[in-house]
Ligand binder design. Structure first.
Ligand SMILES: CC(C)(COP(=O)(O)OP(=O)(O)OC[C@H]1O[C@@H](n2cnc3c(N)ncnc32)[C@H](O)[C@@H]1OP(=O)(O)O)[C@@H](O)C(=O)NCCC(=O)NCCS
Length: 285
């Protein structure tokens, strides 16, 4: 490894610089959401790092603090022409320092899993991306309601069952982002599941999709996909241990297309994977 030059410095990203990192993610083929930067920034405005040589941005990393006990690492990218020169590992270490004392989660691509093991991360499970197409004109369950500021407190409370920390600021933005649709399934005024479908650089991604039962997840999925022009590509990121989620994807004509390894450094969080039908995002957990 060649030592990084002396004028390589790592700073906290401005909101605009997060756009640059998202552009790099798009170049990597990760197809980010159109409003990811705004939502990500709300999660932790000081949790995004950029490595620069002089004024030139060359490396990015998200290290988002979700409270005092959990953090998530993502958007770990070095511009292709600057790779294998030691820039990546430096920003990585900076991000991990920022998340000190916390359990840290990540979704690693296959090529990077050995590196993450070296950094103390342990494999938890695969997340499997399924790709399919939307269908319209489906009958929606009467239990389905649009999520908005009016019922946000239900979503906020419910989401705490599915994520290792409170992510109120992020969630508020995520469910209300332009070009997205968010639905909850209510029974006797109680939320029993919810999901979001968001517009991406191309097509739409579903996440999260959390529900008490596969039947409820199915109803939410129908509601989400019915909002998208028929025939549009849609993606769902299911945790592999949830075989019902994989069945749901197949039932909706979706095919396995990509995978990540969910890994953690520190104590593994206890999550009800059987009720998680799609994770929120590979970048922020
Ligand atoms: C992954 C990536 C950011 C690494 O950046 P890089 O600048 O090329 O890496 P470096 O030159 O700093 O690596 C230096 C050394 O640290 C290791 N290293 C890099 N990141 C590491 C990590 N997170 N943990 C442990 N070791 C790591 C490298 O393997 C290398 O080891 P070596 O000297 O024994 O070969 C870069 O390859 C990239 O942008 N890839 C495409 C995007 C991507 O896949 N990101 C990961 C998504 S999960």
């Amino acid at each position: 490894m060649i030592p990084a030059p002396h004028n390589y410095a790592i700073t906290t990203m401005s909101r605009e610089e997060i756009d640059t990192a998202i552009d790099w993610a798009a170049i990597e083929g990760w197809n980010p959401g159109l409003h990811d930067a705004d939502c990500f920034y709300a999660a932790d405005p000081t949790g995004f790092f950029m490595g620069k040589i002089g004024d030139t941005p060359v490396a990015a990393m998200a290290a988002v603090r979700y409270g005092a006990h959990f953090g998530f690492a993502g958007l770990y990218i070095v511009k292709p022409e600057y790779r294998k020169k030691g820039y990546g590992i430096q920003i990585w270490n900076k991000g991990l320092d920022y998340l000190a004392e916390r359990t840290i989660g990540l979704d690693g691509v296959v090529a990077q899993q050995d590196n993450y093991k070296k950094s103390g991360f342990r494999f938890a499970h695969r997340n499997m991306r399924f790709a399919g197409t939307s269908k319209t004109n489906q009958n929606l369950s009467p239990n389905i309601r649009i999520l908005s500021v009016d019922n946000f407190s239900s979503v906020h409370e419910y989401d705490k069952n599915f994520f290792p920390a409170d992510r109120e600021n992020f969630l508020k933005k995520w469910i209300a982002q332009p070009g997205s649709f968010s639905f909850g399934f209510f029974m006797h005024e109680k939320l029993q599941g919810y999901g979001v479908i968001r517009a991406c650089r191309s097509d739409y991604k579903i996440g999260p999709l959390n529900a008490e039962t596969p039947a409820i997840a199915h109803e939410i999925l129908i509601a989400l996909t019915s909002k998208i022009p028929a025939g549009t590509a849609i993606y769902l990121d299911a945790p592999e241990p949830n075989t019902e989620a994989i069945d749901l994807a197949h039932k909706h004509g979706m095919q396995f297309s990509f995978e990540t390894a969910r890994m953690y450094a520190g104590e593994f969080p206890e999550l009800p994977l059987q009720k998680i039908f799609s994770i929120t995002s590979f970048e922020l957990g």
